[in-house]
Design a protein around this ligand. Structure first.
Ligand code: FBP
Length: 336
């Protein structure tokens, strides 16, 4: 194998090459993203040794969602706030673990033009049992006319305003997937060199898959239309036999859907009539990636990326996946 046949391209190189397309690009953006790659390398190092160090179990506090924080939730949050806090182009941060956005005081200057919102560790219920979890991130530009101090308003923009988004899966390997609006690319962390190396260039979601992913334990409380839809999938309505896969961590469940096709959904339930997942740091990043890869994402009523958020931690119903399965879902829900 020579580097000619398989060049080693790191995520930083890839972003810089992408940026070269834009005259006057400053490199700030790749510097920002290097904050995310640094933090997720720190997080994955802790996860890989979780059973050997005192990092498993509850931290003792609850977060704004009323969920008991896991020690790794808090560590991951601190790693991202620390790493992004040193990037002067970042004005405001927001996280699943913090009720209010974090204003990076010393940076509310003119060159602070980006807002980053993230779920430091998605799939917390799977941490202690060594099942894949993930980190998500979504990046916005400071909206025009917004007062620097009004931190929330940096984030209260529809998902189609995201300038970049992505996630990291901590699974059999660690892979970072991102889009900056020009396709979707995947980088696998090479532990030998400690760098994210391009492994999946220009990912396209298959037009139809053979898996559906939903917590069927909740199906009794799904609206009729969703039950009809899932029944149709099981009965071969889309001229295909479907199997089901559900990890219970959105990021790896979505990652499988991105690579293999099919559909991942969290419909309205009795416990979560407006959906469980959070719009800004769970639904928006995967919706942006899905659409960039040829898929679709909806809350059952509208395109996820067209929803105008009212609050940082608002929840939404989510269905995301391949065109064939998504169009059938929208037919069922609209006709439902
Ligand atoms: P957090 O762990 O970050 O709160 O994420 C929520 C989540 O764990 C998603 O990753 C996952 O898709 C969903 O909740 C699982 O919910 P349920 O156990 O109700 O199926």
């Amino acid at each position: 194998m020579t580097f000619k046949s398989k060049p080693v391209v790191t995520v930083q190189q890839h972003i810089l090459q992408e940026q070269m397309r834009f005259p006057g690009a400053s490199g700030e953006f790749s510097w920002l993203l290097s904050g995310i790659t640094l933090a997720t390398k720190l997080i994955q190092a802790r996860i890989r040794r979780a059973g050997l160090s005192d990092i498993l179990g509850e931290h003792g506090d609850t977060n704004v969602q009323g969920e008991m924080q896991q020690k790794l939730d808090v560590y991951a949050d601190e790693a991202l706030v620390h790493s992004l806090g040193t990037r002067s182009s970042v004005g405001v941060l927001a996280s699943e673990e913090n009720e209010h956005p974090v204003i990076l005081q010393q940076h509310i200057s003119e060159d602070a033009k980006y807002a980053v919102i993230f779920d430091p560790l998605d799939g917390s219920s799977n941490i202690d049992v060594n099942v894949s979890v993930g980190t998500t991130f979504s990046i916005f530009r400071k909206p025009d006319g917004v007062q620097s101090g009004d931190a929330s308003s940096w984030f209260l923009q529809p998902g189609h305003k995201q300038i970049a988004a992505g996630y990291v899966v901590y699974g059999s390997s660690t892979i970072l997937v991102y889009t900056a609006g020009r396709g979707v690319h995947g980088f696998t962390l090479d532990p030998a060199i400690g760098a994210y190396v391009l492994s999946h260039e220009n990912i396209r979601m298959p037009n139809q898959g053979s898996y559906y992913s939903v917590n069927e334990a909740n199906s009794e409380s799904f609206p009729e239309a969703y039950r009809t839809y899932l029944d149709g999938l099981r009965k071969g309505k889309l001229n295909k036999t479907y199997s089901t896969r559900y990890i219970g961590s959105m990021v790896p469940d979505f990652h499988r859907t991105l690579l293999k096709g099919g559909i991942f959904l969290y419909p309205p339930t009795k416990k979560f009539p407006d959906g469980k997942l959070r719009l800004l740091y769970e639904a928006n990043p995967v919706a942006f990636i899905a659409e960039q890869a040829g898929g679709l994402a909806t809350n059952g009523k509208q395109r996820i990326l067209d929803i105008y958020p009212e609050s940082i931690h608002q929840r939404t119903c989510l269905a995301v996946g391949s065109k064939v399965e998504m169009e059938e879902l929208m037919r069922c829900v609209v006709e439902g």
